[in-house]
Design a protein around this ligand. Structure first.
Ligand code: CA
Length: 223
């Protein structure tokens, strides 16, 4: 597994590289945004760990540029703790996940495994599964454990979007744009309402709860 680590704090970068290499990842380092972008564009990586505050070009700009240029490598953004704005901006720019600094190394490993697992999971594309919840994209059948669940068309497209991006935090804005096409006023309220409909059908009386609210940021579906 090849990783790109874009981090300007030299000590942290060297330490992370060493720890990741002990986990048998091979790691390229970039110390500023421009270099990171250049490497991400020209080499093939399984995932990119991207700091937000970087010299020359910040992590959010780098991530947005990559997505605009069809580089779809999973990105985990390293944000300052408490900077909700950075997290939302990072996710809106196309990051797959974020990790507030300082973080436990184990957590970075877990996030890496999650974003890379998502990348592998192509299959024939007709069925999505997270924990004991599965949906059939052709027949629109939804099941949790042994129970069939009835969803409206809108609830189904919301669930499909959450499942396609499982383990990833999605902002209300992202959900609104994908599930409601247009970005009209009040759509984000609608997102919260539909999330609660979906929760009642998917999670009510069941465990674990698959739909999580990430306060101030958005929602995540994970098993
Ligand atoms: Ca930094």
């Amino acid at each position: 597994m090849n990783l790109l680590l874009v981090e300007d704090e030299r000590k942290l970068a060297v330490l992370l590289k060493q720890l990741l290499e002990e986990e048998r990842y091979s790691v390229d380092l970039a110390a500023d945004g421009e270099r990171g972008q250049e490497l991400a564009e020209t080499s093939r990586y399984d995932a990119i760990i991207l700091d937000v505050m970087l010299p020359k070009k910040n992590g959010i700009e780098v991530c947005r540029w990559l997505r605009q240029n069809q580089v779809r490598t999973p990105v985990i953004m390293l944000t300052a703790r408490g900077q909700v704005h950075d997290r939302v901006a990072g996710l809106d720019a196309g990051a797959d996940d974020y990790l507030p600094k300082p973080f436990a190394f184990e957590e970075l490993l877990a996030r890496l495994r999650a974003v890379m697992r998502r990348e592998d999971r192509n299959g024939d594309g007709t069925r999505l599964q997270v924990a004991d919840l599965s949906i059939d994209l052709k027949t629109h059948q939804v099941r949790r454990a042994d129970a069939a669940i009835d969803l409206t068309a809108r609830e189904f497209s919301l669930l499909e979007y959450l499942m396609r991006n499982a383990n990833q935090v999605l902002t209300q804005q992202q959900i609104a744009e994908h599930v409601w096409d247009t970005n009209f006023e009040g759509t984000t309220n609608r997102v919260a309402v539909y999330i609660s409909y979906l929760r009642n059908k998917i999670d009510e009386g069941r465990s674990p709860k698959l739909i999580q609210t990430i306060y101030g940021v958005g929602y995540r579906l994970s098993g």
